[in-house]
Design a protein around this ligand. Structure first.
Ligand SMILES: Cc1cc2nc3c(=O)[nH]c(=O)nc-3n(C[C@H](O)[C@H](O)[C@H](O)COP(=O)(O)O)c2cc1C
Length: 196
């Protein structure tokens, strides 16, 4: 068990109310190891499309600052996202683009873990490799293994009960969260509290 509670925030890449990724994200607090709390980061649904002219004329929207501050204050970030057209959903990429332009860029040195649920058999693997690439550019510390790819997600996740039906998937997620706690402990979060 870590010396202090690890404060991890989650970001869901799907805006859909009945999202399978959101179901997985909502279950994570119950799968977390002792000493780790998991809460959802502030939403990005209302972010405008990134435009440097908007940033130059009006500064950063309050919602962007809020998400950036939450990432800065967290010990780690977990993305739970579908794959859209073999890549990162546009809304999520737009959110990353916005927060990446704030001062004291929030992903620098930040432990990050990736999870995806998708209809395809590869479970969002291609999205994860693109997201991993973004995180490299932003100098995040992305956990390598275990990887979580939930393929054929409608078969494994019950949208009526909000539960994962497949025990093996639950086991993999718990393993990843335990590995993420150790990863955060080992590499230490570059924790910067306060407004940017
Ligand atoms: C625009 C769009 C693109 C998609 N592209 C892919 C894809 O590349 N690979 C895949 O496995 N599923 C793809 N899907 C299907 C999604 O995996 C599926 O709709 C999934 O349930 C979305 O995640 P959510 O339930 O969390 O919203 C796509 C869906 C949409 C709406």
């Amino acid at each position: 068990m870590p010396d202090k509670t690890l404060n991890v925030v989650t970001i869901c890449g799907s805006l859909r109310k009945g999202s399978y990724n959101r179901i997985v994200m909502n279950l994570l607090p119950g799968f977390a190891p002792a000493g780790m709390t998991i809460t959802e980061a502030p939403p990005f649904a209302e972010f405008p499309l990134y435009n440097a002219d908007v940033q130059d004329s009006f500064g950063f929207p309050a919602a962007v600052q809020k998400l950036a501050d939450a990432i800065r204050a967290a010990d780690g970030v977990i993305f739970v996202s579908p794959e859209y057209n073999f890549s990162i959903p546009g809304g999520l990429k737009n959110a990353i683009d916005w927060v990446s332009r704030t001062s004291n860029q929030p992903f620098v040195g930040k432990p990050v873990a990736l999870q995806s649920a998708a209809g395809g058999i590869l479970g969002g693997g291609r999205m994860q490799y693109d997201l991993r690439r973004c995180m490299i550019f932003l100098d995040a510390l992305t956990l390598n293994k275990p990887e979580i790819f939930i393929g054929n997600c409608s078969q494994r996740i019950d949208h009526k009960t909000g539960q994962i039906k497949d025990e093996q998937t639950v086991g993999f997620i718990k393993q990843q969260l335990a590995a993420f706690a150790k990863f955060i402990e080992r590499h230490g979060a570059r924790r910067v509290d306060g407004a940017s």
